[in-house]
Design a protein around this ligand. Structure first.
Ligand SMILES: C[S@@+](CC[C@H](N)C(=O)[O-])C[C@H]1O[C@@H](n2cnc3c(N)ncnc32)[C@H](O)[C@@H]1O
Length: 248
């Protein structure tokens, strides 16, 4: 993993912000429910480890895998009881068919080879195992604004910085192509109307070609925040599927 420690720390701060967003907890709970009774579960790209801790609390044997050693160190400090292992979506730290559940939350957009990752998911999952993918589509962030043209340009510029910005809209087809069955799709929208939206908006504004326009755009959003008129919506795509059971 080539990410600098500073970059990992910034990502952790960003993810902590996402975890505090209205609706984020409900989204995680939905992902656990869609895993059904799967046990053990591997949380791929586990980040700061909250899902592993929450699954463990629910009595599930959960393993968090992440290639970023610094991320793993944070997860181990925050959740000392958690089982966190160095691992990559393409090479998970589990023997064949050892897991009954596979979860990846906000991970497939960083993967250049999603089919290779799903082949690895098939390797570690037992017959009848469940897979749950959660992710945002980086081209569909919705922002109320007086400057829709610049807003569209900023959203697309941000999407273009992501390895696979539209991975989430492909979840269903990726899972079907990888041989998973009973694919179920849900979309839950995170809606930000308070100051928690400002870091997301600042991150976008930084991508403008023209500093003056970026400053004007951000000033409009800050003025909106003062009047309680910010509106940002981020649709989150949730996909669940199963590995064919040998009994079927
Ligand atoms: C946006 S974060 C999401 C973290 C966590 N799942 C969450 O929802 O907070 C993406 C995570 O995927 C990890 N990651 C990056 N490349 C990966 C890969 N090839 N395989 C598995 N995880 C990867 C990153 O280190 C990071 O922890």
């Amino acid at each position: 993993m080539t990410r600098t420690p500073e970059k990992t720390d910034r990502l952790i701060a960003l993810l902590d912000g996402v975890e505090r967003m209205p609706g984020a907890r409900e989204l995680r709970l939905l992902s656990y429910d869609l895993l059904g009774a799967a046990d053990p579960v591997v949380d791929v790209g586990c980040g700061g480890g909250r899902a592993v801790a929450e699954l463990t609390e629910r009595g599930v044997a959960a393993v968090g895998a992440d290639p970023d050693e610094r991320m793993l160190a944070v997860a181990r400090t925050r959740w000392p009881e958690g089982d966190f292992r160095a691992g990559d979506a393409y090479r998970l730290p589990l023997p064949d068919h050892a897991a009954h559940g596979y979860r990846a939350d906000k991970v497939f957009h960083v993967l250049a080879e999603p089919q290779r990752a799903l082949a690895e998911a098939r390797r570690v999952l037992a017959p009848g195992g469940r897979i749950v993918l959660v992710g945002q589509d980086w081209d569909t962030i919705v922002i109320d604004t007086d400057d829709p043209a610049l807003t569209r340009a900023l959203v697309h510029a941000r999407a273009d910085r992501v390895t696979a910005p539209r991975a989430a809209r492909a979840h269903r087809n990726l899972l079907l192509d990888a041989g998973f069955e009973d694919v179920h799709i849900e979309i839950r929208t995170l809606v930000l109307t308070g100051p928690e939206a400002l870091p997301v908006l600042t991150d976008l504004a930084a991508l403008a070609d023209d500093e003056g326009r970026a400053a004007g755009w951000m000033a409009e959003q800050r003025a909106r925040a003062e009047r309680d008129r910010v509106f940002v919506a981020v649709p989150m795509f949730v996909a669940a599927a199963s590995v064919r059971s040998t009994r079927a």
